[in-house]
Design a protein around this ligand. Sequence first.
Ligand code: HEM
Length: 277
Amino acid sequence: MSWLKTAATGKEPEPYVEPASEPKVKDASGRMVANKPANRPFLAHKEYQDKQKQLHEAWLERKKIRDEKIARGEEVGPEEKDPTAQQEIGAFGLFKFFLCLIIFAALAGKFFTGSYTWDYQGKWVQLKTYLPEGNQRLFSERLLAEFDGSKPGRPIYLAIDGDVYDVTKGKAYQPGGSYHLLTGVDAARAFATGCFKDHRTHDLRGLSEKDLDGIKHWKKFYAEHKDYFKVGRVSHPPIDPASPIPEHCDPKKAAKSKEKQSPDKQDKKAQQDRDEL
Ligand code: HEM
């Protein structure tokens, strides 16, 4: 702020003169410098370097004596490591580095957002994601139905092709939500057909390859979703092969698939093909 003083008083500031009493010491390059606070970090580093050099030289001396003893065939103790050698980082060093980074990020999160996870509450910060699958439950269809969101305080589960997921965080699954009908049940068929009311079943008979691919897509969707957890499997009683295949909710599609499945129709088509030949 000397320019401010100059502007106020009109006088040039006096040049800085180092106090005569300031003791002088050697710096890293051998110059004599004042031991004033501004120089101290550099001087401390110089002191450290000198100490390291001394340690290294003492170690070299001990090593030389040891080597001479070995040459004379005398017994020696275990080899001493150079105390000034740079430590290798290694896997443990990397682990420590990442641990410090995570702790730092968590503390910063707490400071800026009030949450150690920066307000992220997805499955990657939940302990159950890392628990082995062995901890998962086997549901009966009746038990699964208890988790359709109608009972306050209970989580919401849905199943797809046997896998049960906790979808409590999905808005669409809450009572009144657009996909509430998929909860508390294994409605794998509905995932393929879109018949959410009529196809609340795991019965996949008569579906095309494309339909089955659709189910695979949704299975992957739930398995990889950041907010949903697999909580177990549902066991279904076997499907009676003599029971009728569930009809499509769209009458046109229902008629089409009926046509495909009808044995009469298939016989007629086979006859037609034979006639054409
Ligand atoms: C086979 C047909 C369909 C199936 C199986 C299906 C399935 C689903 C499922 C499972 C979700 C929930 C995803 C989540 O957990 O976030 C979803 C969300 C959604 N679907 Fe569909 N869907 C179908 C057709 C449609 C159609 C035709 C429309 C549009 C007219 C539509 C519009 C939506 C919308 C807007 C959402 C977001 C809902 C929300 O998060 O509140 N879907 N769909």
